[in-house]
Design a protein around this ligand. Structure first.
Ligand code: S3P
Length: 430
C-alpha cells in the first residue's frame, strides 16, 4: 500500500498509542507459562505481538479476547511451567525479533524440538547472540549458516550460567532469563550498559525469585509463576513519532495519554529535552511495577546534539525519527556507536540515509552512525519504507514538514507496531 502524507502547519490534540510492544510480548510469554488465567489490558495491537500469541497458541496455550469496563482485555489461559506441548508445524515469528529471540529461551527448556522462523527480514537477523548462551546452558540449536532463522531448538534440561552479554541487548538478556527460569540453580546476566528491564519487572510481578542490581540480574531457577491481571502502558517508542511531529511543526500542543515511563526507556525524553524540547510529564502512576503517565509537548526551539555511548543503546528504536528531527534542528544531529542499527528490521543506517536523501536532505553515514547537518528543508518525495515499520512512520513525520505531499511506499509496515498510526497522525495534523 501507498499512503500520501501532506504537509501540516500545526499539531494539536489528545491521543493514545498502542500498548507497549516490548511489555506485551513479555506478558504474553510469561502468562502462558504461569499457572491460571492472566487478564492483560491494553495488549499491543501490533502484528509483532500477534505473532507471539499465535506462537503460544501453536504450543497449546489458549487465549480469548473480550471487554471489561469498556476496555478490551486479552485473557491468556496459562498452563504452568510444564504446560507447553510440541507444535505441529514450525512456528512463525513474522517480523518480530523479540518473539524469536525471547521465546527461544523458553523453547530451549522444553522436552521437545521446535522449529521457528519468520518473514524475509527476520531470516536475515543474527541469532548466534542467543544461541551462544543457550548452548552454554545445555540446549542444542541449529541455525542457517550458524546464525540465521529458521532455528531448530532441541530442548534439554538446562543449567544456570553466569553470562556477560557481549552486545547490549534486552532481547538476549530476556532470552537467557526465560531459559534461567527452567534452569537448575542460579542464572546471572551482566550487561555492558543498562537495557530495558521489562522482563525483570514482569518476572518479579508474577512471582519469580529475582534480584536486580545495576547491570546485573540474578534469577533462581524453578519458580512457579502465578497468572494475574496486568496493564500494558502505551508504547513510548510509538509516542516518539508524535513527539517529533510536534517538535517539527510551527505550532504544537499535544497530549499523549498513558505512556510507559520506565526509566530504562525514557532516555528519549532526556535526549529531546537536551535538544531543547518542551515536554511535561503529568499524572505519573505505577502499574505492575512499570511507571505510566501523560506526556504534554509544546512548540519548542530545537538545537541539535550528539547521541553516543549508553544513550545510543537506550534510544536505539527512536533513532529513525530522531534523525528526522536532527535535519531541521539548529545544529544538526550526530549518532555514534549505533552499529546495532544495521541488524534491525532493515539496515536502518542505510534506510534512514536513503530516505533523507530522497527528501533532499544532506546526510553522511559512518560504519556505526549518521551525521546530519541542521537547518535543512524537507521536500516531498517517494519514501521507501523497505517494509520497516519505524522507517515508514519516521518519514511520514518528516513529510509533515515538507513543501509538498510525500508518498510512503509499503506504508502498511507501520502495523507491525502501530496499526492506527496514519489515522492518529491525520487526527492531530492541521
Ligand atoms: C527489544 C529490545 C531491543 C529493541 C527492540 C525490542 C525488547 O532490541 O530494539 O525493538 O523488547 O527487548 P535488542 O535487544 O536487539 O537491542
Amino acid at each position: 500500500m501507498t499512503e500520501q502524507v501532506s504537509p501540516a502547519r500545526a499539531i494539536h490534540g489528545v491521543v493514545s498509542v498502542p500498548g507497549d510492544k516490548s511489555i506485551s510480548h513479555r506478558y504474553a510469554m510469561l502468562a502462558s507459562i504461569a499457572e491460571g488465567d492472566s487478564q492483560i489490558f491494553n495488549y499491543s495491537t501490533g502484528a509483532d505481538c500477534h505473532s507471539t500469541l499465535t506462537c503460544m497458541e501453536a504450543l497449546g496455550i489458549r487465549h480469548t479476547t473480550g471487554e471489561q469496563d469498556g476496555r478490551s482485555v486479552l485473557t491468556i489461559h496459562g498452563k504452568g511451567a510444564t504446560g507447553l506441548s510440541a507444535a505441529a508445524d514450525r512456528l512463525d515469528a513474522g517480523n518480530s525479533g523479540s518473539t524469536i529471540r525471547m521465546l527461544s529461551g523458553i523453547l530451549a527448556a522444553q522436552p521437545f524440538t521446535t522449529r521457528i522462523t519468520g518473514d524475509e527480514s527476520l531470516v536475515k537477523r543474527p541469532m548466534r547472540r542467543i544461541m551462544m548462551p543457550l548452548a552454554e546452558m545445555n540446549a542444542r540449536i541449529e541455525a542457517t549458516n550458524g546464525d540465521f532463522p529458521p532455528l531448530t531448538i532441541h530442548g534439554a534440561a538446562l543449567r544456570g550460567i553466569d553470562y556477560a552479554l557481549p552486545v547490549a541487548s534486552a532481547q538476549v538478556k530476556s532470552c537467557v532469563l526465560l531459559a534461567g527460569l527452567y534452569a537448575k540453580g542460579e542464572t546471572v546476566v551482566r550487561e555492558p550498559v543498562v537495557t530495558r528491564d521489562h522482563t525483570e519487572l514482569a518476572l518479579r510481578e508474577l512471582g519469580a525469585d529475582i534480584a536486580m542490581e545495576p547491570r546485573v540480574v540474578r534469577l533462581q531457577g524453578g519458580a512457579r509463576l502465578q497468572g494475574k491481571t496486568l496493564f500494558v502502558p502505551g508504547d513510548l517508542s510509538s509516542a516518539a513519532f508524535f513527539l517529533v511531529a510536534a517538535l517539527i511543526a510551527r505550532e504544537a500542543d499535544l497530549i499523549i495519554t498513558n505512556v510507559g515511563l520506565n526509566p530504562t526507556r525514557t532516555a528519549l525524553l532526556d535526549v529531546l529535552r537536551g535538544m531543547g524540547a518542551n515536554i511535561k510529564l503529568l499524572h505519573i502512576e505505577q502499574a505492575n511495577g512499570e511507571l505510566v503517565g501523560n506526556l504534554q509537548i509544546q512548540t519548542s526551539r530545537i538545537r541539535g546534539g550528539t547521541i553516543e555511548g549508553a544513550t545510543t543503546a537506550a534510544v536505539i528504536d527512536e533513532i529513525p525519527v530522531l534523525a528526522v528531527l536532527g535535519a531541521v534542528s539548529e545544529d544538526g544531529l550526530v549518532v555514534r556507536n549505533a552499529s546495532e542499527l544495521r541488524v534491525k528490521e532493515t539496515d536502518r543506517i542505510e534506510t534512514i540515509a536513503e530516505n533523507l536523501r530522497r527528501m533532499q536532505i544532506t546526510v553522511n553515514t559512518t560504519p556505526d552512525g549518521l551525521e546530519i547537518p541542521g537547518r535543512q528543508k524537507f521536500h516531498g518525495a517517494q519514501i521507501q519504507s523497505r517494509g520497516d515499520h519505524r522507517i515508514a512512520m519516521a518519514f511520514s513525520v518528516a513529510s509533515l514538514a515538507a513543501d509538498s505531499p510525500s508518498m510512503i511506499e509499503d506504508s502498511e509496515a507501520a502495523s507491525v507496531s502501530f496499526p492506527e498510526f496514519y489515522t492518529t497522525l491525520r487526527n492531530i495534523a492541521r
